[in-house]
Design a protein around this ligand. Structure first.
Ligand SMILES: [Cu+2]
Length: 129
């Protein structure tokens, strides 16, 4: 019985020590991300000029053909200022294949396009109602 009491009495000391260790670990966990956050933002700054998506104006167009297998869309489009392109009918690759489910042939659309890895790519599209 005495052995059991001793263990119970000395027991509170151990969790106290554990609490300190946990506190240290928690401090370390919080310290790491706050340090890590400064890294990606510095890194991202280098890439900011390469993502002009935010400044893009929407282009008016009309869907002529949808090729879901190839992930491509044929659009008759108005002038695209950021790509220095006059109005024409042409094939666009789409950034996300799900964009092709949002439209059907004959739809009047507004879309954004950009050159991604040298390929003119539709980055967003919405049907004009
Ligand atoms: Cu074009």
């Amino acid at each position: 019985m005495q052995g059991v009491n001793l263990r119970l009495r000395s027991a509170p000391d151990f969790p106290e020590f554990t609490k300190i260790r946990i506190a240290v670990i928690i401090t370390a966990i919080f310290a790491v991300p706050s340090f890590a956050q400064t890294q990606p933002s510095d890194h991202a700054a280098h890439h900011l000029p390469q993502s002009p998506v935010a400044a893009q104006a929407l282009i008016e167009g009309e869907v002529r053909k949808i090729d879901k297998e190839a992930g491509k869309l044929t659009l008759k489009h108005g002038p695209i200022l950021n790509l220095d392109m006059p109005d024409m009918t042409m094939v666009f690759r789409v950034k996300d294949p799900a964009m092709l489910d949002q439209v059907k042939v004959g739809d009047k659309v507004k879309f954004a396009a950009d050159k991604i890895s040298g390929v003119i790519t539709g980055t967003s599209i919405e049907v004009v109602k």
